[in-house]
Design a protein around this ligand. Structure first.
Ligand SMILES: C[S@@+](CC[C@H](N)C(=O)[O-])C[C@H]1O[C@@H](n2cnc3c(N)ncnc32)[C@H](O)[C@@H]1O
Length: 243
């Protein structure tokens, strides 16, 4: 487990096109059609959460999203931290999400009843959550794929057209990463989006966006990747964005 490599990149600072890219996507609407399988997964997630809450209207149920949850360990931690919320782990990897809910992730207390998992594509799922007015209280994005090559930068969430929607999902978004430049870019992108919110009416809700970056040194790993990074002695970074 100690062999995990730190991120290597042909970038040694924030991407030169970050600001331009965030401004461009703040002014355009991301229109890619929603895939049928994610629409179906979204319905399944809605049913699970409504059944747990004993309610029929999802918009009245407080929810926490654990986006890119991998094998879902962080979902268990978040479910304990937010016992009054439905905590939903989402990942597109069939293999990783297939390991979610494993009792070995939960210890003697067992898997919390408010923890759920679904296999889905985040770029579609997030837009469905927004369009259907889910009451998301907290959004965890732990160790997203960094896409460290400059040429792949638009695959990073903050340089992708999804970023304005992502920032509208929850009052608090927590990003964790083992690549400091990714954390710096995420912070900068949130600040640029706040500036754009003054001129783009659809983004008016982001006019107080505040992002804070800090080093992150957890006593206990909460995700599979966090455990690997700890074993390899890698420094970790955290960005908290408040809306
Ligand atoms: C580096 S892993 C981190 C997993 C977990 N958060 C952890 O810390 O152990 C990134 C995860 O994000 C998932 N992922 C990346 N992009 C995604 C997308 N667009 N939709 C759904 N899942 C995605 C991958 O399948 C992968 O499991």
């Amino acid at each position: 487990m100690s062999g995990v490599r730190s991120v290597t990149s042909n970038q040694d600072s924030i991407h030169k096109d970050l600001e331009k890219t965030v401004r461009k996507y703040a002014r355009t609407q991301y229109m890619r059609p929603i895939a049928l399988h994610t629409q179906e997964a979204f319905e399944q997630a809605r049913e699970k959460i409504c059944s747990w809450a004993g309610q029929s209207d999802i918009a009245t149920i407080p929810v926490v999203l654990d986006s890119g949850c991998g094998t879902g360990e962080s979902t268990v931690h978040l479910a304990r931290r937010f016992p009054d919320c439905a905590v939903l782990g989402i990942d597109k990897s069939e293999i990783r999400i297939g390991k979610s809910g494993d009792p070995s992730h939960a210890g003697p207390e067992g898997i919390p009843a408010n923890a759920f998992w679904i296999r889905a594509e985040l770029l579609d799922f997030w837009r469905l959550v927004l369009d259907n007015r889910w009451d998301v209280r907290y959004h965890a994005v732990f160790y997203p794929n960094p896409w460290p090559k400059q040429s792949e930068c638009t695959r990073r969430f903050h340089m992708h057209p999804i970023f304005p929607a992502m920032m509208q999902l929850a009052p608090v978004t927590e990003l964790r990463t083992n690549w400091e430049i990714y954390a710096q870019e995420f912070c900068s992108a949130a600040n640029v989006l706040r500036e754009e919110s003054g001129t783009v009416p659809e983004l008016a809700g982001l006019c107080r966006l505040q992002a804070a970056l800090s080093a992150y040194a957890p006593d206990n790993a909460e995700t599979a990747f966090e455990r690997k990074y700890a074993a390899a002695g890698q420094p970790l970074w955290r960005v908290i964005v408040r809306r």
